[in-house]
Design a protein around this ligand. Structure first.
Ligand SMILES: Cc1ncc(COP(=O)(O)O)c(C=O)c1O
Length: 451
């Protein structure tokens, strides 16, 4: 943190005031950035510096900042009822959105929708309702997954930041298939022997008996775990296993959903059906909104799971506009194209910088795993922190994630152009070159612990 004094920048002053007023528990900080305004894929800080935003508020800003149709939809909804307590009296924006989401989820079965306010409560809803709906008590989820901060969603999570949450013992966590760090290797993203599936079968035969297991919950690209894309044959095989055992297959699409990976939902790349999904982040166009979409048996169980502000009219109206814009502006297709361009450029940089161990992703959900040694794959977490900071100094916002904090994550708005990709790659190149040459003062990182 900058010293107090008259020479402070506006960002330093804001950060000092914030440190005094707002608790540490709600912060992940990588560099001294305080946004003031944004437009499209550019975000400007309180000192007037502009940045190319390849974080998009953690994959929230699907349509670019201040999209006129999203703003208009929110404005119109606020001019109407303003807010409504959907649990007691429904509003039509929310009904419209529910009908839309139910129609978007593949599968020939009756579907229903539930609304909350943030991805965590949607996954909490799943953890609570899945056992009730199926009459089976247990759940299986994956090590590395981040499903949220409420008790139910944190218990589903297998992320290191949730390791202090100890609660009910009905969730068993199994390793996520990571082709780059496969314990059973060799493994390839194009397909593999699926020895990791044997571990799930073993779990179903022992600590989480199949007959008492309600669902297996996963992300089709494990985002906070390190943007891991599983081998192509994993999810289809998992679906078959679920069909054989009567277990539901449920996807957390909070970060991957609504077009980011090139399809509406990331699980669609595997050509399978989901029994239910959770949504959040981009769903409210930046306003608080989450959802569970799934089999009606899940969401019609005989209990309450409701929040006063869940499914409010303005976020729901924004959600409808997000879906319209993603459709009308072909943003799924753009995400697929720009994602390929971005990954190609990053692979090109990997030839120049041995610290890049792996480049992976689907659409505009891209991860760059940094390693100290390509042979041992020793994670380069400190280097990831330096690289993110240096990119910030050069005008590109990126974040890092992964179980070892060594994966640079790139999730720009789906509206980016080839020129934006080119500019981002040029900054990334310069930042990598500076880090490789030791042109970075680690003292800058002292106030920033990252995850
Ligand atoms: C995959 C996934 N699920 C759930 C959540 C929790 O969402 P929220 O932070 O909106 O509660 C996140 C947040 O990062 C996420 O990435």
């Amino acid at each position: 943190m900058a010293e107090s004094g008259t020479n402070q920048t506006a960002a330093e002053r804001a950060l000092d005031r914030e440190a005094a007023a707002i608790g540490r528990v709600m912060k992940i900080r990588l560099y001294p950035f305080v946004p003031a305004a944004a437009e499209g894929v550019t975000i400007t800080d309180v000192d007037g510096r502009s940045y190319l935003d390849f974080i998009a508020a953690a994959a929230v800003v699907q349509t670019g900042y201040r999209h006129p149709r999203i703003r208009q939809a929110i404005h119109d909804a606020m001019d109407g009822v303003w807010t409504a307590m959907h649990c007691c009296h429904p509003n039509t924006h929310t009904i419209d959105l529910a009908e839309r989401l139910a129609a978007m989820l593949p599968g020939d079965f009756p579907k229903k929708v539930w609304f909350g306010t943030t991805g965590s409560d949607a996954n909490d809803c799943l953890s609570r309702l899945l056992p009730r709906a199926t009459g089976r008590r247990r759940l299986i989820s994956f090590i590395g997954a981040y499903h949220g901060q409420t008790t139910g969603s944190a218990l589903l999570s297998g992320h290191q930041t949730q390791a202090d949450v100890i609660g009910l013992g009905n969730v068993t966590k199994v390793p996520y298939p990571d082709p780059y760090r496969c314990a059973h290797g060799p493994c390839s993203r194009d397909g593999c022997s699926l020895k990791c599936l044997e571990q799930i079968k073993y779990t179903l035969a022992s600590v989480s008996p199949a007959a008492d297991t309600a669902a297996i919950i996963l992300e089709a690209v494990q985002s906070d775990g390190g943007d891991i894309v599983p081998p192509e044959n994993f999810i289809p095989a998992l679906r078959r296993l679920c069909d054989e055992t009567g277990i539901w297959l449920v996807f957390d699409e909070v970060k991957t959903g609504l077009g980011r990976t090139g399809r509406w939902f990331a699980f669609e790349h595997a050509g399978v059906i989901a029994d239910a999904i959770s949504l959040g982040k981009p769903l409210g166009g930046g306003l608080p909104l989450s959802a569970v979409v799934g089999r009606h048996e899940l969401l019609d169980v005989d209990t309450y799971n409701l929040f006063t502000l869940g499914g409010s009219p303005a976020p729901a109206a924004a959600g409808l506009a997000v879906i319209d814009v993603v459709s009308d502006e072909n943003l799924k297709e753009n995400a697929a194209r720009m994602g390929e361009l971005l990954q190609d450029g990053l692979r090109h940089l990997a030839r120049k910088y041995p610290i890049i161990g792996d480049v992976r992703g689907r659409g505009l959900m891209v991860g760059v795993e940094l390693v100290r040694d390509r042979a041992t794959r020793e994670p380069a977490g400190r280097e990831a922190a330096r690289l993110a900071y240096r990119c910030f100094e050069l005008g590109l916002l990126v974040i890092y994630c992964g179980l070892y904090g060594n994966v640079i994550e790139l999730t720009p708005p789906l509206t980016i152009t080839a020129q934006d990709v080119e500019k981002a790659l040029a900054i990334f190149d310069e930042a990598l070159s500076d880090i490789a040459a030791g042109r970075f003062d680690d003292a800058k990182l002292v106030p920033y612990s990252g995850w």
